[in-house]
Design a binder for this molecule. Structure first.
Ligand code: ATP
Length: 239
């Protein structure tokens, strides 16, 4: 579904991505793990069109989308749950969800959007109790639920999740990851960036390890979780 071929990206003269190649097949959850500053967020932003690629190609469903811009990429079926959430704080929970689906009303009709909204409330009952509440007054965990719900409302083929566990208590992290697995079971494809390597490798089918803008390891998530280098660097295991 998604393929990156030797994608590079820069901020001024600083190279943040160095010829990154990766693939996500339909129905998979693929994780990208790595330390601070490895380029994980940049990778997501290049895929969603927010940061331009300088070199290489991003292909979605076989079509080159490099340089298409965020609006077109959302329409193509890629939706991002950004790091630190970026929901519309002054708007209600309900309006945030409706906004997620704004480009679908013409295409899919009101009924389909309504059903997706019902599903969001099914997986996140806490949001149902808070539809009229201003999104900015939700707790951190609830805001993350709303961000995921909003991304689901956009009905993407591919969901990009950037650090969904950031700042959340362990129980909520579990909840978010449980829901992510449920979304996959409903046919969603997910590319997940995470510093919480253990949770990410538990959830994902496959994973990539990034360091200093490069992919340094890749493989099945369960195999990577047993890799000695991964265990020492990311799973806190001592030699
Ligand atoms: P973290 O896990 O800490 O979020 P990351 O792996 O997501 O890190 P990026 O945010 O992609 O890493 O950053 C990669 C590199 O690019 C870092 O060295 C960072 O300082 C740099 N960088 C990121 N955004 C900008 C920017 N807007 N301007 C200049 N440099 C940037």
């Amino acid at each position: 579904m998604l393929r990156l071929e030797k994608v590079s990206a820069y901020y001024g003269h600083i190279q943040a991505l160095r010829e990154v190649s990766l693939e996500v097949a339909g129905g998979e959850i693929v994780a990208v793990i790595g330390p601070n500053g490895a380029g994980k967020t940049t990778l997501m932003n290049v895929i969603s069109g927010v940061v331009p690629a300088r070199g290489g190609e991003v292909l979605f469903d076989g079509q080159v989308v490099t340089g298409s811009g965020p609006e077109k990429i959302v329409r193509a079926g890629i939706s991002q749950v950004p790091e630190r959430r970026q929901i519309f704080g002054a708007m209600s929970v309900l309006d945030n969800l409706i906004l997620g689906a704004y480009h679908r009303y013409g295409r899919d009709g009101k009924e389909a959007v309504k059903q997706d909204m019902a599903f969001v409330f099914e997986i996140f009952p806490r949001l149902k109790d808070r539809t009229r509440q201003a999104a900015g007054t939700l707790s951190g965990g609830e805001q993350q639920m709303l961000a995921i719900g909003r991304a689901w409302m956009a009905k993407p083929q591919l969901l990009l999740m950037d650090e969904p566990s950031l700042g959340l208590a362990p129980l909520l992290v579990k909840e978010i990851f449980r829901v992510s697995a449920e979304l996959r079971d409903r046919g969603m494809t997910v590319l997940l960036v995470e510093q919480n390597a253990r949770a990410a490798l538990d959830l994902a089918d496959r994973a990539y390890v990034m360091e200093s803008g490069r992919v340094v390891l890749e493989g099945k998530a369960d195999e990577l979780a047993c890799d000695e280098r991964v265990q020492t660097a990311y799973l806190g295991k001592r030699n």
